[in-house]
Write a protein that binds this ligand. Structure first.
Ligand code: ZN
Length: 386
């Protein structure tokens, strides 16, 4: 399959881009270059698409449900009772709704953690985007049957768009032995490990009370941390812990909207960046965001970084890299930048609307001014999805 994207703006100049066998093969093709499909971009800018490294797709069903309550009231009186009633068919519909929103807002990959994963997998297969679907591990959860999970992890074969991960939910829902055995299961089968980590001050206090250690030190002491780990949130992490995360090669998924909405706290940008750890962006689930819009997530991250006074902290190009290339690389995709030889994932952003004009700086406009309605087309693995 080949695709010629005509009249597209790349690095300040108009060009034609040729895609063949899922990759960008020429960024300066002739207008007459032969391709099975031609897309006239009409002067739209081509930019990397988004890689959402932490979400719970089917939680679109809980969008706007029980908002503005304290965390424990929201969980105990709203989220958990609602989730108890969800059927597999509900999860399918929630996942489909999420995929619709993700594609419309320029996301071509998401890393998920939820239940009834076969339903989400089926929705992803139909949609054309990429995903890392996490098998949730939790003690005392009726949908967390360990033997079935182990079999699925061993038998599953990844494809170019779909991979399976092992997702021990968090240190407060998964005990020590199960954390160790689920990490072993993941590593024996070459799967990544997706976990919530140091999201709230309470999680840290409880962990110290129970183990004498903070969550990062605790996970490190039992051998969980490694370059195959994607840790979501990491809000309450001290300087020495950032060095541990960076030293182990852990990828962090920063979820600013969720952290703000649930009152979890401000991500310590200064420490994270100084440590050299790989940071990516995630939306978290719709119940704590309340959307899956990664462009909005970029803007909020960049603004939240600056609220303490350092305006240079987390520049527009840097947050764009967190939302795109860093996420792709964390999950092993040779993508996330518009370059010859890379996998052809991209968005085309219209330059016609008022939010993109004037254009002193394209990346600044995209991060700080635009909204996702500026997206004209979304391309994943060389195919036009929008
Ligand atoms: Zn989450």
């Amino acid at each position: 399959m080949s695709l010629l994207i005509k009249n597209v703006l790349l690095d300040g100049r108009r060009c034609n881009i040729l895609v063949r066998d899922e990759r960008f093969v020429c960024l300066d093709a002739a207008e007459s270059a032969e391709a099975e499909k031609v897309l006239d971009a009409g002067g739209a800018a081509i930019l990397p698409a988004f890689y959402n490294t932490h979400t719970h797709a089917a939680m679109t069903l809980l969008r706007g449900y029980g908002d503005d309550n304290p965390l424990h009231v929201w969980l105990e009186e709203y989220v958990w009772p609602y989730e108890d009633k969800l059927t597999a068919a509900d999860i399918r519909r929630g996942s489909e709704l999420a995929l619709k929103e993700m594609i419309a807002t320029g996301t071509v990959f998401f890393s998920d953690m939820y239940f009834d994963i076969d339903e989400t997998i089926a929705a992803v297969q139909e949609s054309g985007i990429r995903a890392a679907i996490g098998i949730t591990v939790m003690d005392y959860h009726p949908k967390a049957l360990r033997d079935e999970k182990a079999r699925k992890v061993r038998e599953w074969r990844d494809t170019d768009r779909l991979q399976l991960t092992v997702a021990p939910h968090a240190i407060y829902t998964v005990g020590r032995e199960t954390l160790i055995s689920s990490a072993r299961l993941a590593r024996e089968n070459g799967r990544k490990i997706h976990i919530h980590l140091s999201e709230t001050a309470k999680e840290v206090q409880d962990c110290i009370a129970q183990t004498g250690m903070t969550p990062v030190r605790y996970l490190d002491s039992i051998g969980i941390l490694g370059s195959d780990v994607i840790a979501a949130h990491c809000v309450h992490v001290d300087k020495e812990e950032w060095d541990i995360l960076a030293g182990r090669g852990v990828t962090v998924s920063h979820c600013p909207c969720s952290n703000m909405k649930l009152g979890s706290g401000r991500f310590p940008y200064e420490l994270a960046i100084a440590s050299g750890v790989r940071v990516t962006l995630g939306t978290d689930g719709c119940s704590s965001n309340n959307n899956l819009d990664m462009r909005e997530e970029m803007k909020i991250a960049a603004l939240l970084a600056k609220v303490t006074g350092d305006t240079a902290l987390l520049s527009a190009p840097q947050v764009l890299q967190w939302a795109t290339r860093n996420g792709a690389e964390a999950f092993g995709y040779d993508a996330g930048v518009i370059a010859e030889g890379k996998l052809a994932d991209a968005i085309l952003v219209s330059m016609d609307g008022p939010k993109m004009q004037p254009c002193h700086n394209l990346i600044s406009n995209w991060v700080y001014s635009a909204d996702s309605s500026c997206i004209k087309h979304v391309i994943c693995n060389g195919k036009i999805l929008l």
